[in-house]
Write a protein that binds this ligand. Structure first.
Ligand code: 13P
Ligand code: SF4
Length: 314
């Protein structure tokens, strides 16, 4: 069977849209109707008029699409496509943490479950996190303390950018991304010796010591834009490898070197994102399953901070 043909045929027949994150395998990115970072995908999911949303990403992303556009059927090619950050923040433990700090304003990174979103005052993504913290400070005053969850690296980066003191002004939940924690600074230093002209560019989910050495820090879309617009020719890219596909397509003249992980493995590929395959996309289009089903009360609670983020970032 020609999977590419069948997927295109089913998409048309079912008025379906295929949304894909930059960390999907190249073939999936190439057949998607829209490829983007978390913020762009949330906006696309909310705007779409398609009857069926096929989300080639991870669970919290498909759940986000359902929260924002509940009248559409949302399917995820593999329901096991989770996220280490999301898993690091169980709802009961987070509720206990919040109860200890009732005066704190809760900002949650979009990489969390609906149950965490429902306990948050506003959501952010890696592309608007600094702006969201600045907005909270403007709206509620500089003395309002903040809980930032679940990514401690993004939280620490945002605290640094906004001048907030970790502890007294911003409490960080101690979650991390298994992919962005994996890069070896020793191997990156060796690469820099081999390519002294190379710029190191990194996603803010990476550890602080790596971010401090980076020439540019940004979300997946921001990293892509930086490579396209920079006059530099060589980049060491410290994020999930999937983004290199778009970088190679949009800036073919640039030399892109994936930042090496500590172990000798493909650890800079997200094992959750990579659970999605063309075969599973075909099956989930054909069967309209597995479907994202949500409790309506939870959906409505999770929508408030998500919508607030979208309103604040327009
Ligand atoms: P962005 O695409 O928003 O940069 O997020 C990266 C990520 O880790 C998604 O899971
Ligand atoms: Fe989660 Fe990291 Fe995978 Fe993104 S790359 S889905 S943050 S584990």
């Amino acid at each position: 069977m020609d999977l590419f043909f069948e997927i295109a045929r089913l998409k048309k027949e079912k008025n379906a849209v295929l949304l894909a994150h930059y960390y999907q395998e190249p073939d999936i990115q190439d057949i998607a109707d829209f490829v983007g970072d978390s913020l762009e995908l949330a906006r696309a999911a909310q705007k779409t008029t398609a009857d069926l949303i096929v989300f080639a990403g991870v669970h919290f992303m498909a759940e986000g699409a359902k929260i924002l556009n509940p009248s559409r059927k949302v399917v995820l090619p593999d329901m096991r496509a989770g996220c280490s950050l999301s898993d690091s923040c169980p709802p009961e433990a987070f509720a206990r943490f919040r109860a200890l700090h009732p005066d704190h304003f809760v900002i949650s990174y979009i990489n969390c479950s609906a149950a965490i979103k429902a306990q948050s005052d506003v959501i952010c993504t890696s592309s608007n996190a600094v702006k969201i913290v600045e907005r909270v400070t403007r709206e509620f005053g500089p003395d309002r303390p903040i809980i930032f969850a679940p990514d401690r690296n993004l939280g620490a980066y945002v605290a640094k950018q906004t001048g907030k003191k970790i502890g007294s002004q911003m409490l960080l939940w101690q979650g991390t991304c298994i992919v962005h924690e994996t890069f070896s600074e020793k191997k990156i230093a060796a690469l820099k010796l081999e390519h002294p002209e190379a710029e190191l560019i990194a996603h803010p989910e990476c550890e602080a010591t790596l971010l401090e050495k980076s020439d540019f820090v940004g979300s997946t879309s921001a990293l892509l834009k930086y490579v396209m617009e920079s006059s530099k020719k060589t980049f060491i890219v410290a994020t999930e490898e999937g983004i290199l596909h778009q970088m190679r397509k949009k800036a073919p003249e640039k030399l892109l070197i994936p930042a090496p992980p500590n172990a000798n493995c493909a650890c800079n590929e997200c094992p959750f994102m990579k659970l999605n395959t063309l075969e599973k996309i075909h099956l989930c289009l054909r069967d309209e399953a597995p479907e994202m089903i949500m409790d309506e009360e939870l959906r409505k609670k999770a929508l408030l901070p998500l919508q607030r983020m979208l309103d604040w970032s327009n």
